[in-house]
Design a protein around this ligand. Structure first.
Ligand code: AMP
Ligand code: ZN
Length: 462
């Protein structure tokens, strides 16, 4: 069956066929392991998981790479500020290596809890320093890079098409060019490939340019080329990566090999919290751990993500998770009932469901439509082992562990309490502390203690 994906590069849905007949090559930008991954980060990973599973459902094998950024991602994506890893290490009194190990382990644990199908290759930036240096040397050789007293920069003016992914036009941008920290840069959009380490810098390597460390963008170009070759099928990431990181990856590849590295560029939209951004200052940064702490199955969050197309924004609320958790239980109960059923359906009926489901996922991963078919099957009045089998077949894409039981693990926080908590979060966002305290007391009367910490708000039974 035909597969169509929306390609950010061409700004349209296109038929997908891989370069090699039955193996899809794919690269996903992975986490920078300096802090906890949020449920926002995890939405992007759930999108990656659904993509992998859809390709497998269509019979493809996969060679999929995800990197772990453990050096070189500066506080601003545009090469400014401190390295995120080093900043976090200093704040926590640990070494960057300890920080990387700690947050990589947490990230992997979250992938497991969300039943995310792991990429075939997961690689760390710090294991690929030699290859990155070679890549930068090649860019210098090809005339696309230059050295200043602080870094090796990519010269975007050497390309005829910098900005093709986000559609920026350099000529329009130059007039309002921003203030540059490095006056030796030739063009405002030039970006650092390799950065010379100041004295006492914690992570640095010997290189032809002295002790130094990689820029963030070169890491992905290098690992993509090393493991997947000069051109592969799909590149994924969150939408925030389009204008800088992915644009720069394309620039580097064009400078090195003359090619755009991936044919399809697919980007997942952001998760919002109460209609706005997730941020520490609003105390609304939630982790998978917070979902688990409130007694929900982490897979309820995955099911919640399926309520929206991956290219649309999705608004997170605890009520939404509560509803998703209940739906997950219903889905598993429906599966169990079908498994006991003795009714028979015709082959055509089963085939029609299967075709409709596959059409939905093959239509740019349309999970809301795919889920409506899943529910049709789950709620079918006939109770039949064939339908149980069909649900299990769909679960190859959903990864919701439909054949598991959840009842014992669910602690039912009443919807009424969740609603009050939601209102309190909004009051806090509006800095209405009187209202926030009133709601906290009201929640306490209902039997739950609200606990605020720097990592967010949790509920505990009194
Ligand atoms: P960060 O750790 O904030 O750099 O995020 C890592 C990646 O996760 C980002 O590049 C995004 O692609 C993705 N991401 C971050 N926040 C969100 C969000 N709220 N919703 C969806 N994806 C996100
Ligand atoms: Zn990347």
């Amino acid at each position: 069956m035909q597969i169509k994906f929306y390609n950010t590069l061409t700004r349209k849905k296109e038929e997908f066929t891989p370069i090699s007949k039955d193996i899809v090559t794919m690269y996903s930008c992975g986490p920078t392991v300096y802090k906890d991954a949020t449920i926002g980060n995890m939405r992007t990973n759930i999108f990656m998981d659904t993509l992998r599973r859809t390709l497998k459902y269509n019979g493809y094998k996969l060679k999929h790479v995800m990197n772990i950024t453990d050096v070189g991602h500066l506080v601003s994506d545009a090469d400014e500020g401190e390295d995120k890893m080093i900043k976090s290490a200093k704040e926590q009194g640990k070494t960057p290596l300890e920080i990387a190990e700690y947050y990589t382990n947490l990230f992997m644990k979250d992938l497991e809890r969300l039943n995310i199908d792991l990429p075939e290759i997961i690689c760390k930036a710090t294991d690929n320093i030699k290859e990155m240096i070679e890549y930068v040397q090649k860019l210098i050789e090809n005339g696309y890079a230059y050295e200043t007293s602080t870094a090796i920069y990519f010269d975007v003016s050497k390309l005829d098409s910098y900005g093709i992914l986000s559609g920026i036009n350099l000529k329009d941008q130059k007039a309002g060019a921003r203030v540059e920290l490095d006056e030796e840069k030739r063009n405002p959009y030039d970006f650092a490939l390799w950065i010379k380490a100041p004295e006492n810098h914690l992570m640095k390597w010997e290189s032809p340019w002295g002790l130094s460390y990689p820029g963030w963008h070169i890491e992905c170009s290098t690992m993509g080329k090393k493991y997947l070759g000069e051109q592969f099928d799909i590149h994924t990431g969150g939408v925030d990566l389009i204008p800088t990181h992915h644009e720069n990856e394309i620039a580097q590849s064009k400078g090195c090999t003359g090619k755009i590295p991936a044919r399809f560029w697919m980007h997942g939209e952001f998760l919002l919290i109460n209609g706005g951004k997730m941020s520490k200052s609003l105390n609304n940064v939630y982790l998978v751990e917070d979902i688990v702490k409130r007694g929900y199955s982490p897979l309820a969050y995955k099911l919640f993500c399926f309520t929206s197309h991956y290219r649309n924004k999705l608004n997170f609320t605890w009520e939404g998770i509560d509803a998703a958790d209940k739906s997950l239980i219903k889905l598993r109960e429906a599966y169990a009932k079908h498994l006991q059923g003795e009714d028979a359906l015709s082959e055509e009926e089963i085939k029609e469901y299967k075709t409709k489901f596959q059409e939905a996922i093959n239509d740019d991963l349309n999970m809301p439509v795919a889920m409506s078919i899943v529910w049709e099957v789950a709620k079918n009045n006939k109770k039949s082992k064939q339908l149980a089998e069909l649900l299990l077949d769909f679960d190859r894409v959903l990864g919701l562990k439909i054949d598991e039981k959840t009842e014992e693990t669910v602690q039912d926080v009443p919807t009424e309490v969740l609603k009050l908590l939601e209102e309190r979060n909004i009051a806090r966002q509006n800095k209405d502390w009187v209202e926030s305290d009133r709601l906290r007391d009201l929640i306490k009367e209902k039997g739950y203690m609200v606990k605020d910490s720097k990592d967010g708000t949790t509920l505990e039974k009194v």
